[in-house]
Design a protein around this ligand. Structure first.
Ligand code: FMN
Length: 174
């Protein structure tokens, strides 16, 4: 069983969370920066994939991350990932960008789903304060939203809870 952690970042916050998750998740490989990856075929070698994506392109119809994820979304959709568990975490700002909170998570979710992956790591909207997010499906986010700008005091408990959830949902994590 192998589990990979992948991220893209502009100011380093998503990378920092990827490192923190790696420290808490036994069995996951060291985080990889998507700007250094030219071959997506290694995704298919994993049983589980954890992806971190910030939102920068506020209100955009597509390519909302503003990072290396944007240009490979369609390539991800073309992969064959049935049997792979995929969890997404997103970085955003629920106060300044409350109408577009962590919108970019939805794009990764959509394209990994298109690739046939089993999407896990959903989080209830109940503990969050925001106006709108494209990453809400029903009463859950399609991953873990984190806000290091306005709610950094909540990050530790949100990560800890999510790590416990992923250990149940992705085989190979301890
Ligand atoms: C110009 C600008 C636009 C942003 N747009 C959004 C947005 O639409 N939605 C959101 O949730 N956060 C938005 N943010 C907040 C960032 O996503 C947040 O600071 C995040 O932690 C950055 O992650 P990174 O350091 O990994 O790039 C924006 C920040 C800036 C400065």
């Amino acid at each position: 069983m192998t589990v990979g952690i992948y991220f893209a970042t502009t100011t380093g916050k998503t990378e920092d969370i990827a490192e923190r998750l790696h420290g808490l998740l036994g069995g996951a490989e060291a985080p990889r920066d998507m700007s250094d990856m030219d071959d997506l075929s290694e995704f298919a070698n994993h049983d589980g994939i954890i992806c971190g994506i910030p939102t920068w392109n506020t209100g955009a119809d597509s390519e909302r991350s503003g990072t290396a994820w944007d240009s490979i979304l369609e390539d991800i959709g073309g992969l064959s990932l049935s049997g792979t568990k995929v969890a997404i975490f997103g970085l955003g700002d629920s106060s300044t960008y409350t109408e577009n909170y962590c919108d970019a998570m939805e794009e990764l979710h959509r394209y990994f789903k298109q690739a046939g992956a089993t999407m896990v790591g959903y989080v209830s909207v109940k503990e969050y304060t925001f106006d709108e997010s494209k990453s809400v499906l029903g009463d859950s986010f399609c991953g873990l939203p984190l806000d290091e700008d306005s709610e950094s005091d909540m990050t530790d408990s949100r990560i800890t809870q999510w790590v416990d959830q992923l250990k149940q949902e992705i085989p190979g994590l301890s």
